[in-house]
Design a protein around this ligand. Structure first.
Ligand code: GLV
Length: 380
């Protein structure tokens, strides 16, 4: 025997994974049809069939875009920027007035973000010597840590006409497909999402789309981006968005793109408006059920509630960790606690894509009722 070290014993046992209903803020369950797509035999990333999946044609990017011609799925994204921030109380959203006022006060443009766990951050994106000159306003549409749906009306206009013509960048990771968003009408310049939420595909890919304004700005930049991985010149070429001969850039997670494609196909078959309606109705059923259990919704204004992730206050006399663990152990359902400053304050229940059904609402409410009966501190 030439080997002095045995293989890890765990690797010699069959892979065993439990079935769970993932009703946290994501990932959500992968639909069997999407699982099957991801399990298809691999192809090389330069094969024409993969190009069909990944660039204009009846496949992924065509489904991602209306008529933005720089739309592609990315396996990763690491922005580097200097930012300024402003906080909003958890559970609230920004109005264009908030942004304009703050911007005017500082003579700058802003980057608005939902902070990890509850607080919204308003960040100003500045660069080099041009201090407080806005480049980008960033805002999160589906704020999954607080359960807020950030209204986007007026923000594009604010960016393009009122505040130094900066770009509007929107994070729709937790909302795309589950709540209305209109890239063109809302003058969004850069819109991205994630595969693992409403699209019901495994985590790992991020569809991103650029308006013509953003495309010109990005492709016209004089300094090269710090990372070759995020060089949009290369990426646009690689995904066949520039009409030039494709050049190798990286080897992507091809099967993840098969899954993403299938998630988009299922959404296209259902129809966006139907999907928005399902999410709205099931969220409303959940909210009513939570109130009937005597629980308090975290987001007061109904129209500000994110239809994909509902936040509810942890009731007096309970430890959120006990409730989350109880649902997992006794009902095989994942829900989540808060994130950042909302830790300990809220429970988060996600209903996304194929998980957003009336029967899943009944299931999670039943499990919560059970948890409220069994997890009260006086019983533990
Ligand atoms: C992830 O998106 C989360 O909100 O936990």
């Amino acid at each position: 025997n030439l080997l002095h070290v045995l293989p890890p014993q765990g690797l010699l046992r069959p892979l065993a994974m439990p079935e769970r209903l993932l009703l946290g803020p994501g990932p959500s369950n992968v639909h069997p049809r999407i699982l099957a797509a991801g399990g298809r035999q691999l192809l090389g990333h330069m094969h024409p069939e993969v190009l069909q999946v990944s660039c204009p044609g009846p496949q992924v990017t065509a489904q991602l875009k209306a008529h933005q011609n720089l739309t592609l799925p990315l396996p990763k994204c690491l922005p580097g920027a200097s930012v300024h921030e402003l906080l909003k109380p958890p559970g609230e959203y920004f109005t264009p007035w908030d942004i304009e006022e703050v911007s005017a006060g500082h003579g700058a443009g802003w980057w608005v973000q939902a902070g990890p766990g509850g607080s919204h951050l308003l960040l100003c994106f500045t660069q080099g010597l041009v201090r407080h000159k806005p480049l980008v306003l960033f805002i999160t549409h589906g704020e999954s840590s607080t359960g807020v749906l950030q209204p986007l009306e007026g923000l594009g206009e604010l960016c393009h006409r009122s505040v130094h013509g900066c770009l509007l960048l929107v994070d729709a990771v937790a909302s795309l497909g589950g709540a209305p968003i209109f890239m063109d009408q809302q003058e969004i310049d850069i819109l991205y999402s994630g595969s693992q939420k409403v699209l019901n595909a495994p985590p790992g890919t991020a569809p991103i789309s650029f308006s013509e304004r953003a495309r010109e700005k990005i492709l016209g930049r004089k300094t090269k981006p710090p990372s070759f991985y995020l060089d949009m010149h290369w990426l646009a070429n690689y995904w066949g968005c520039d009409g030039e001969l494709r050049r190798y850039h990286h080897t992507p997670p091809i099967n993840s793109f098969f899954s993403l494609r299938e998630g988009l196909a299922m959404l296209a078959e259902l129809g966006l408006e139907k999907s928005w309606e399902h999410h709205q109705l099931n969220c409303a059923q959940l909210c009513q059920g939570l109130r009937d259990l005597g629980l308090e919704l975290f987001v007061k204004e109904e129209k500000a509630r994110l239809p994909t992730v509902t936040t509810v206050r942890v009731p007096e006399g309970y430890d959120w960790k006990e409730i989350v663990a109880f649902l997992m152990d006794n009902h095989a359902i994942e829900i989540s606690g808060g994130l950042g400053p909302s830790v300990g304050e809220v429970l988060r229940i996600g209903l996304m894509g194929c998980n957003s059904t009336s029967s899943n609402v009944d299931r999670v409410l039943h499990a919560l009722r059970d948890a409220l009966r069994c997890c009260h501190r006086s019983r533990l």
